[in-house]
Design a binder for this molecule. Structure first.
Ligand code: GLP
Length: 241
């Protein structure tokens, strides 16, 4: 694991977008996994700008959505699908058949998980996985206590997640389960970038990077990956010794 501390959110997001651009230039059929949320927002916006300026073609790439709120339809502005559509697919041309998002309305969520795992294996694994970190140290919806040995699965959501998650929705929304890639996918990805910015993430980043590596704090798993980069801004780094 490598740690890079950037001056601010903009510098961090520039570098994250550059990482994606450079991968796709070298491997046009790369398998990319992106999260939604506040953290990757500027990365996505810069990615769109850079891809247009440098004529980078995403049409052969495979896109994997990290997670989704169970029961929330894709046209709800708080859903991960809504974020991906507005921030990524509206601007970059991915082939529709190469976009793989969890259908959180499915009556057979176990099948959704199995289908996502198959897509990842059949495409040779994830080349680049970007993740954020939740206020409780989760990655995707891998909540505290989750096994490091799981692929895609359904997860009961932690109280912190259901409370913090309200920020994505226009009105109070009942959230109880998530569907998510597992930490085994993260460990098997060829490269992982974990992004965090702002003072509010400082305490969880300190625990993840300087505490014990434990499933009680899922983000600590990043230290077990040999090709991972933790990219944080100075505010998120203030508690690091
Ligand atoms: C959310 C999502 C994660 C996301 C994390 C951080 O609940 N399940 O995929 O990375 O929490 O979100 P944010 O970037 O908005 O702080």
């Amino acid at each position: 694991m490598q740690l890079i501390i950037f001056k601010d959110y903009n510098a961090l997001s520039q570098q994250a977008a550059n990482e994606i651009i450079s991968l796709v230039k070298h491997k046009p059929d790369a398998v990319l996994c992106l999260p939604s949320g506040s953290t990757p927002l500027l990365t996505c916006q810069l990615l769109v700008q850079k891809a247009k300026a440098e004529n980078v073609d995403f049409s052969s790439c495979t896109f994997i959505g990290l997670d989704e709120w169970v029961g929330i339809p894709p046209d709800n502005e708080g859903s991960c699908a809504f974020f991906f559509r507005n921030e990524v697919f509206k601007h970059l041309h991915f082939s529709a058949s190469h976009i793989h998002l969890f259908n959180a309305l499915s009556e057979n969520l176990a099948q959704e998980c199995a289908a996502m795992d198959s897509v990842i294996f059949e495409n040779g694994g994830i080349d680049l996985m970007l993740v954020g970190v939740g206020m409780n140290g989760h990655i995707g919806f891998n909540e505290p206590g989750i096994s490091f040995d799981l692929y895609s699965h359904i997860a009961p959501l932690d109280e912190t997640t259901t409370a913090v998650g309200q920020k994505y929705f226009k009105e109070a929304t009942e959230l109880s389960q998530g569907i998510t890639l597992g930490l085994k996918h993260l460990l098997e990805s060829k490269k992982v970038l974990l992004l965090a910015n702002g003072n509010k993430k400082a305490a969880i980043i300190q625990k993840a990077l300087e505490g014990e590596i434990t499933n009680a704090l899922p983000a600590s798993i990043i230290r077990q990956h040999s090709n991972s980069i933790v990219m944080i801004d100075e505010e998120a780094a203030v508690m690091l010794t």
